[in-house]
Design a protein around this ligand. Structure first.
Ligand SMILES: Nc1ncnc2c1ncn2[C@@H]1O[C@H](COP(=O)(O)OP(=O)(O)OP(=O)(O)O)[C@@H](O)[C@H]1O
Ligand SMILES: [Mg+2]
Length: 277
């Protein structure tokens, strides 16, 4: 592991009030007699404004980890803090926008009603809400969904449902985005457009992003840091900094430097499956 990567993983305490600190997370599922460890000893620091991507074999615990950071699952050991505040299970942090792996839209609500839902259940004062929230209609239009505002989820394609779930995560203009394979159901061109949109938004709004993907190229194109996980149980295998210039247009994607990082990530991933590097 490089010095930079070691610092990133180990120096978690220093990030207490400036980013996301994931400290000593362990989680197992099952009952008392038959528990299976899913993630073990996860330590990670994400600085404010950083774009960090988790990549690893299916089942290595990426979604579990994201759900722990979002406060949706309680870890058995360890803690997460965001800008110095400890994340409490079942008390969603006001800083977080979460895009789950499956869109999780309410089937009886229309598209616009689904996106309005966080505004309706959130207890913030109206002045804070006005200041921080986006207009759901404009938000959906910016995601190319202006024509389907009054349809219900079953009337949409899988990719459209995914875009509604992304739009919903933005409704409070969150400081931190947790995105679990958000573009997996999109065709190549839509995926490309969404990636570019996300990068523009991230760059202009100083978001902190924890992103999950199975696409190595997507991870390299988007990230400042790629965290490679191994499975059974899920652990951080290595942390790879992506020191490529931004913005990363076609020029960077076709560069030798880009392909070198891609090859390094692929090599590390192959190794997590027990194959030779
Ligand atoms: N609520 C749960 N109860 C029991 N086991 C669970 C639960 N959630 C996840 N698991 C198990 O934990 C392991 C990790 O699941 P998780 O969804 O976090 O993996 P992942 O890395 O996101 O996989 P993928 O890349 O396929 O999305 C899997 O073996 C899964 O079966
Ligand atoms: Mg997953």
């Amino acid at each position: 592991m490089s010095d930079y990567a070691a610092r990133l993983v180990n120096d978690v305490a220093a990030a207490d009030d400036d980013g996301v600190s994931i400290r000593g997370i362990w989680k197992a599922f099952g009952n008392e007699n038959d528990r299976t460890a899913v993630v073990e000893d996860i330590n990670l620091r994400i600085r404010r404004g950083q774009f960090v991507t988790l990549i690893g074999p299916s089942g290595c615990g990426k979604s579990t980890l994201l759900r722990i950071v979002a406060g949706l699952i309680k870890p058995d050991r360890g803690s997460v803090s965001i800008y110095g505040e400890t994340v409490c299970h079942a008390a969603a942090s006001k800083h977080i926008g979460f895009v789950p792996q499956t869109p999780a839209l309410l089937p009886w609500r229309t598209v616009i009603e689904n996106v309005k839902l966080p505004l309706q259940i959130n207890k913030r004062s109206s002045s804070e809400r006005d200041r921080r929230s986006s207009d759901p209609r404009e938000l959906l239009e910016s995601f190319g969904l202006g024509g389907v505002l009054n349809l219900r989820p079953h009337e949409l394609s899988g990719g459209m449902q995914q875009r509604v779930a992304i739009a919903r995560a933005f409704v409070f203009d969150p400081m931190i985005l947790l995105m679990d394979e958000p573009f997996s159901a999109l065709d190549e061109f839509a995926r490309e457009a969404q990636r570019r949109g996300l990068l523009e938004l991230w760059q202009s709004n100083q978001k902190t992003v924890l992103f999950v993907t199975h696409s190595v190229a997507e991870a390299v194109e988007l990230s400042d840091v790629i965290v490679v996980m191994s499975s059974q149980p899920g652990r951080i295998r290595t942390v790879i900094p992506v020191n490529l210039p931004r913005p990363r247009g076609n020029f960077v994607e076709n560069s030798a430097a880009f392909h070198l990082v891609e090859a390094e990530v692929r090599g590390r991933l192959r190794n997590t499956w027990g194959q030779p590097e």
